[in-house]
Design a protein around this ligand. Structure first.
Ligand code: NOJ
Length: 465
């Protein structure tokens, strides 16, 4: 069999986000984020868990950088906690908070690992929330100030920046479905928030570039292939509309400077006010796009759903890990569908004129068992193997994919699911914070060090620690 090889310079990394790993939620002058409040609301998080300690990365970052090195990775995507470095969300810098990221960046560089810094991965400073948060038209200005401060502090050592993580998920989960902070159910706010986020990306892009013209700036988007639930005409029409809402809404705004007209007409009652010049501002403000993709969804006609008349199967039908008719579902209840990553990458290639792309998140949660100190997570290896084959295929078919980041380095706080979902290449015992490299971590090391996709089996040989 032909072994598939990635080119020299291709980034093989892992990804995390501040609230999911850091802990130290109120240390060294950090102020609360919207997530610090949200996790305390009854019934919002599995078993009432919080990310207050998370996996204690704030204190264990040196051990974690050593793990990244042991995994053979040459890049790391992490996010900065805005309220850690700017407790009020604006103005005053908290030197102790900033120092953490400065030390983290230095240790990464010392280990030969390139930092990709996400500025905003959903943990908005509560003090900005109190001033209207993402709903406020001031948000892009606030974000630009923050981005500028970060560029001044880290721009001498960080070459690549991700302004925002998954703006669509942030807006829809935070303001429509209410399963993420700030837990609203307000369709009128949802699209306003999304529009403000895209304006913020543009403002942040400009701010970073004004400090460092050489900075490379992008943003991470959720891209989800949408299939009709049945072959019937109504479900096919539903899939077309849901695809517009879930994917094209953001892609077209960023890449073409226009929201899908059909969607705007359908949703006119809740459509945000778009000022003259906004769409030119939004358009094209990226040097690369980050693609986060995991599974596919199935759409169906749903006459009771306002505006769309369509919806998609819950992303978490019952959250059960299982094999059904030969198809694997992860412990999130997400279908393993390797072709989906190919389709996501080709969609971005086609709709956006083939920009440079990083897969900034891909991976799978499974109920990992520890036996004799080993985690033989074959299902995750199979997942990574099959998805990476498809990344390779997308490259062969012309998509300009330059790197791949596994979600995630360590089992961590999976938002509303607390610690019940394990996505890591490294197992974390949440009682002791002990880290153990899983078999998938050793498999990934083989990939990252040879740039060739190893067979989908538990690797032989010594442990990666
Ligand atoms: C999307 C998010 O960016 C990340 O925070 C989350 O943990 C993973 N996907 C898995 O759900």
């Amino acid at each position: 069999m032909r072994t598939l090889e990635f080119p020299e310079g291709f980034l093989f990394g892992t990804a995390t986000a501040a609230y999911q790993v850091e802990g130290a939620w109120n240390e060294d002058g950090k102020a609360p984020s919207v997530w610090d409040g949200f996790v305390r609301r009854r019934g919002k998080i599995w078993m009432g868990q919080t990310g207050e300690t998370a996996v204690d990365h704030y204190h264990r970052y040196l051990e974690d950088v050593a793990l990244m090195k042991a995994l053979g990775t040459n890049a790391y995507r992490f996010s900065v906690s805005w309220p850690r470095v700017m407790p009020d969300g604006r103005g005053r810098i908290n030197a102790a908070g900033l120092d953490f990221y400065s030390r983290l960046v230095d240790s990464l560089l010392g280990a030969g690992i390139a930092p990709l810094v996400t500025l905003y991965h959903w943990d908005l400073p509560q003090r900005l929330q109190d001033l209207g948060g993402l709903e406020s038209r001031d948000f892009p200005l606030r974000f630009a100030d923050y981005a500028e401060a970060m560029a001044r502090a880290l721009g001498d050592r960080v070459g690549e920046w991700i302004t925002l993580n998954e703006p669509w998920v942030n807006a829809v989960s935070g303001y429509l479905l209410g399963d993420h902070a700030p837990g609203r159910h307000n369709p009128w706010a949802t699209l306003r928030v999304l529009h403000n986020l895209l304006l913020a990306n543009a403002a942040g892009y400009g701010a970073l570039k004004s400090v460092r013209a050489s900075a490379r700036v992008g943003l991470s988007l959720s891209v989800i292939p949408i299939y009709p639930r049945t072959a019937g005409a109504r479900d096919r029409e539903a899939a077309r509309l849901v695809d517009q809402f879930v994917n094209d809404l953001v892609l077209d705004a960023l890449c073409r400077g226009a929201y899908p007209a059909e969607l705007a007409a359908r949703m006119r009652v809740i459509w945000p006010r778009i000022r003259p010049g906004d769409m030119e501002t939004v358009r094209g403000k990226y040097d690369f796009l980050g693609v986060n993709t995991y599974t596919r969804e199935r759409a169906y006609a749903a006459p009771l759903v306002p505006f769309l008349g369509a919806w998609m199967t819950g992303r978490y039908p019952d959250g059960k890990e299982r094999v059904e008719n030969g198809v694997q579902f992860t412990s999130m209840g997400w279908e393993v569908f390797p072709r989906g990553i190919y389709e996501a990458l080709m969609k971005v290639k086609e709709r956006c004129g083939n920009p440079p792309v990083y897969v900034t998140e891909n991976g799978a949660a499974f109920h990992d068992a520890v036996r004799d100190g080993e985690i033989r997570d074959l299902a995750r290896i199979r997942y990574l193997h099959d998805y990476l084959e498809m990344v390779h295929r997308a490259r062969s078919d012309g998509a300009d994919v330059r790197g791949y980041f596994v979600w995630t380095l360590l089992d961590n706080f999976e938002w509303a699911f607390g610690f019940s979902k394990r996505f890591g290449l490294v197992y974390v015992d949440h009682a002791t914070q002990k880290r153990t490299v899983k078999a998938s971590g050793r498999w990934y090391r083989e990939l990252a060090t040879t740039r060739r996709i190893p067979p989908a089996e538990v690797p032989n040989g010594s442990r990666a620690e």
